[in-house]
Design a protein around this ligand. Structure first.
Ligand SMILES: Nc1ncnc2c1ncn2[C@@H]1O[C@H](COP(=O)(O)OP(=O)(O)OP(=O)(O)O)[C@@H](O)[C@H]1O
Ligand SMILES: [Mg+2]
Length: 233
């Protein structure tokens, strides 16, 4: 018997009111792999992640996590299964310090503070800075670091490199590479194609709410038509 995927979407449909945004969307994230979901603005990438998190309801199709049907579960229960979500807006609290963000949760198997500060030296230096005093890159790091305190089995990142300077993108790439080496399963939404191609084991290309292509990053790199039509590259 083959091992089931950690996360599987099976012909998922999702709507905003009457607007049919995700159409028969199927994808799988196998344990220990990094999957990138790519697509242009408005393709439905964030909606896909919100559907996984139970923020946007699944109207048709099934959602499975670790072999169990989790379709329709509320967000807090999805989170408790071990899915940590770093949203596009990063969700940092203006008035809380770095340290407070990292000690809000008390999850026994989560990364301890020492390990977090070792992996994110910028956060260690700024442990007493409040959310409003952090740069975009620091906020992104804090959002990822906070997710790691939750002992995720699946880490979901929505455009972690958006709006960041190349040097900070490199730091995020190094952190993501380290997490991958440690065997953390990740689902990554990106518009930064080189970043995604570098870290992902498998890529899904989303266009107008449907999966248009999936395969290995090298195969996508060789497919000029898919890149041109669905990614605008
Ligand atoms: N809350 C909402 N209500 C109504 N329509 C929405 C809502 N959020 C998104 N949409 C629409 O759903 C479609 C998919 O949006 P989504 O945010 O999933 O795209 P995306 O691929 O994440 O884009 P981006 O790269 O710009 O973040 C778009 O047409 C968008 O306008
Ligand atoms: Mg988005």
């Amino acid at each position: 018997m083959s091992t089931p995927s950690l996360l599987a979407l099976d012909a998922v449909d999702a709507f905003y009111d009457r607007s049919h945004v995700l159409q028969a969307l199927s994808m799988e994230v196998e344990s220990g792999t990094v999957v990138a979901l790519l697509g242009r603005n408005g393709a439905g990438k964030t909606t896909t992640l919100k559907t996984v998190m139970g923020i946007v309801p699944v109207r048709a199709g099934r959602l499975r996590f670790d072999g169990a049907d989790v379709t329709g579960l509320p967000t807090h229960r999805i989170a408790r299964l071990g899915i940590a979500y770093v949203p596009e807006d990063r969700g940092i609290f203006a008035s809380l310090t770095v340290h407070e963000h990292l000690t809000l949760a008390n999850v026994p198997d989560g990364w301890p503070l020492g390990r977090i500060y070792e992996a994110f030296p910028r956060l260690a230096e700024r442990r007493d800075h409040r959310g409003t005093q952090l740069s975009g890159g620091e906020q992104q790091m804090l959002s990822i670091a906070r997710a790691l305190t939750l002992a995720p089995r699946l880490l979901i990142l929505d455009e972690p490199t958006e709006g960041l300077a190349p040097v900070i993108v490199e730091e995020i790439a190094a952190i993501a590479g380290r997490l991958k080496t440690e065997g953390l399963t990740m689902l990554l939404v990106e518009q930064n194609y080189p970043f995604a191609a570098r870290i992902a084991d498998r890529v899904y290309v989303l266009g107008k709410g449907r999966i248009r292509w999936h395969g290995a990053p090298a195969a996508l790199d060789a497919d000029e038509e898919v890149k041109h039509t669905w990614l605008g590259i």
